[in-house]
Design a protein around this ligand. Structure first.
Ligand code: NI
Length: 254
């Protein structure tokens, strides 16, 4: 079994949504919200398909525009048994860094919700390494689990996160020919630190770059990890699946 711990396979990007999900019928998919408007469709998906779980949250992109109603809706659905995390949430200073305070405020609010409802935090962080770490270090309770989705920082930060038992989401970027840092991190750190993700529809792995991504493609990420660590593909799947089950408190018989 394999688990795609992070993707966005919503209807607006997938006319063949059902087919894409059925292709993963022996596996698990965790669908993440990128926008508050995704929440209803995610609830519908997790109630329709046994192998689909969800994480919901308000992305930093909406730090200036989200409403009180969005927060109320988020808190209401967080108690759903198949909502296994809050995310993606975090900080993104890449496109917008004039509103850092608003981004931090929204992030902290949602870290507190994760603590309150015992949900795993799924972080999106870009060009905001120190602020992200400091907020997690300060506000996350020790028992609240945490995953850094689409890990894109350096080895030093990866080790700091390892000390906090925060898992790193590894996706298609690992297969890109020019990518060096992530390969070094995968080689250096123990398998227990990693979970697989596609971030579909984005970041399609080699050899399908240029096409729309889908959860089934985590297979190619797992193959790449096996190659880098010089272990078997089966070993990678087994370990990353166990990590994801632990990380998101999934039921084993799902
Ligand atoms: Ni994403």
């Amino acid at each position: 079994m394999m688990i795609d711990t992070h993707c966005h396979i919503l209807k607006e990007d997938y006319e063949n949504q059902e087919e894409v999900i059925k292709k993963m019928k022996d596996n698990i998919i965790i669908v993440s919200s990128a926008s508050p408007k995704d929440i209803e469709e995610i609830i519908e998906l997790i109630e329709t398909y046994d192998n689909v779980y969800g994480t919901i949250g308000i992305h930093p992109e909406f730090a200036d525009t989200y409403t009180k109603e969005d927060l109320i809706k988020l808190e209401k659905y967080l108690t759903h048994p198949k909502i296994v995390g809050i995310g993606e949430i975090g900080l993104d200073y890449h496109y917008e860094n004039e509103n850092k305070e608003n981004q931090k405020d929204l992030f902290i609010k949602q870290v507190n919700l994760a603590n309150k409802y015992h949900k795993t935090i799924v972080i999106h962080s870009r060009d905001a390494k120190e602020d992200t770490y400091n907020i997690i270090d300060t506000y996350k309770e020790k028992t609240t689990k945490c995953n850094m989705h689409c890990y894109g920082y350096d080895l030093e930060m990866a080790k700091k996160l390892e000390n906090k038992k925060i898992t790193l989401g590894i996706g298609g970027i690992l297969t890109f020919k020019k990518e060096k840092t992530l390969k070094e991190i995968v080689k250096e750190l123990d398998l227990k630190n990693f979970v697989l993700e596609t971030d579909s529809p984005y970041l399609t792995p080699e050899p399908f770059r240029g096409h729309i991504n889908e959860p089934y493609n985590i297979k190619y990420v797992a193959e790449k990890i096996a190659e880098i660590k010089n272990i078997s593909y089966e070993e990678v799947l087994k370990a990353t699946t166990e990590n994801a089950i632990r990380q998101f408190n999934l039921k084993k018989d799902a």
